[in-house]
Ligand binder design. Sequence first.
Ligand code: 3H9
Length: 694
Amino acid sequence: MTEINSVTTLTRDGDVAVITLNSPPVNALSGNVRQGLYDGFKAAAASDAKAIVLICEGRTFIAGADISEFGAAAGVPTASLFDVQDMMENSPVPVVAAIHGTALGGGLEVALCAHYRVAVPSARLGLPEVALGLLPGAGGTQRLPRVVGVETALEMMTSGRHVPAPEAAKLGLVDELAEEGKLKEAAIAFANKCVAENKPLVKISSNNTKLEAAKGKPEIFAAFRKANARKFRGFAAPEANIKCIEAAVNSATFEDGLKAERKLFGELMMGAQSAAQRYYFFAERQANKIPDVPDDTPIRPINKVGIIGAGTMGGGIAMNFANVGIEVVIVEQQQAPLDKGLATIRSNYERSRTAKPEETAKRIGLITGSLSMEEAFADVDLVIEAVFERMDVKKDIFAKLDAICKPGCILATNTSGLNIDEIASVTKRPQDVIGLHFFSPANVMKLLEIVRADHTAKDVIATSMKLAKKIGKIAVLVGVTPGFVGNRILGQRQREAQKLVMEGAMPWDVDRVLFDFGFPMGPFAMSDLAGLDIGWVKEKSNGETIRDVLCEMDRRGQKTGAGYYDYDENRNAIPSPVTEKILHDFIVKSGVNPRKISDEEILERCIYPMINEGVKILDEGKAIRASDVDVVWVNGYGWPVYRGGPMHYGDVVGPEKVLAKMKEFQATMGDQFKPSALLEKLVADGKKFSDLKG
Ligand code: 3H9
């Protein structure tokens, strides 16, 4: 064995040279890896080997460029990715890439420079750069459409989808599927076969056949753009990816296409969107790390889950567990709501068709119902209470759970903001009590706020974090504070939105500004969608708020055809003269002089108090780090990922500007804009929001 460098070795198996890469955790293409590959291929080519296999150790093939190197100061000069690729593509003997785990981004771009690819069925291949606000910058945009065709390349590159190896084999991306666990043997055998059969040294870059089909057909691209306009709105990277594939089709040579790719890659890399999306990539992974709960904290086994409440929330929560094979029992007080809840779950499954029919049936079969907590919960490992938000009701339930559940059972509440310490106080085991705040619809929304109360045990936290990952959620650990992190910050934006319309802005002005910022919809459109009558009680309504008046007029949102907006027969929102008149009357009554409010003021008044609240939350230790606040807002509240999250956005705007504006608003509008002491200190110390720890 020859040690090429600290991460690369070169060995021989008969006529085949085997280059093995081992750079944990994911064999990302750092400078050291690139140099190892370059020197490895050079040494192999200089030997008398008749073929070369590239294989990786650890959990995966190369998962891409090393994202942490992007934007960092250049280190010791090393071989570039292009040097490595040239060496592979122009190798005088066949090169076979042996793929397990994931071949992603630069990893797949390396594999595409091998003459052949062998993969195990569990492997996945893709160009996910779009999720980082980028495009494949090492020839991927030019090679992929040459292999899979233009339409498939458009879909793969703009979605970033990880394609399972069997599908990749059908697409021509993988030449042979190997038996699981026998990749190395299979790749060496394939390499020997190449030699024995004198197979050609396939250079993807010089085969234009699949591109020809799209030549002179700009309508392919126009149709793709149109079909995806909604999905791509606001993002720069999807359009740049599309342009690169257009360049592959329309350029005279492969090299010309590469030039277009390089130019667009450079532009994205320098842009604010990719910086935010790369920041966010690491933010999401950081959120898993709890400083005082080490990775080796023991985990409590969770084989059966109990849920209290068969409403929309309880049902959605149940589906998460059934989807991963965990048994669930739902308890309701009455048969009718229980039956209704179970029927809704069934129809949700049948409608979503995400799994094969037999798998769907299995999942439905895992969820049962009961009218008795005593009977249903005696053997569960975790109970999640998902009833309405009333402290007395929750306390009553937790006192009962304390008496019923076996020792070690985790007692969780799905409250969206109540004091979990108070709930835990009625049990004799506050160490087992935790908040698991799912977002609606709970079977769809990615975010899970895991709420640590004063006495929550570390293994309960560790178990909850692991379980969240298992059910496909992105978990963020937060502390007990009214509304936790997400809703507490939302309260700031909602307050300002309501105030703005009492000063002269129209609901559609506020919505437009926030929509243009990148939110899927503004607060008033959102209220109309959810229903203005949530929490509104007809008998108690006395026309005191705009909502009261709208609801009294039966303008209860989209479902009644009108709310803040009017709606046409296709549910398109139309600014409403009725709402305008109601607002006008309110403003006149309040004695305020309505004024024209600029888009800039709308944005700053809605967003800066959110950032300030994030700082307060961190100051109070209710979130671990600034980036956790961002993960909550991107996953739970539609904050556009290309703006990184409220705290990252604060850094882009500049903490000084946020502070100055808060002071200005405070002077004219009052203390709800009072900057947090920590914000003042942050600016005085010349630090950034991202430096803040809870
Ligand atoms: C690219 O390739 C550009 C090129 O076109 C051209 C350039 C010229 N770099 O996610 P996990 C770390 S762009 C650095 O928890 P999993 C990650 O931070 C890249 N670090 O594991 C974490 O560190 P820690 C295109 C990376 O099993 C650890 O690895 N590629 C990278 O759930 C484990 O990660 C991508 O976008 C990286 N590329 O999922 C793929 N990748 O333990 C990005 C991971 O300290 N990666 N780390 O927190 C992924 O999608 C997932 O990590 C993967 C594994 C599916 C591979």
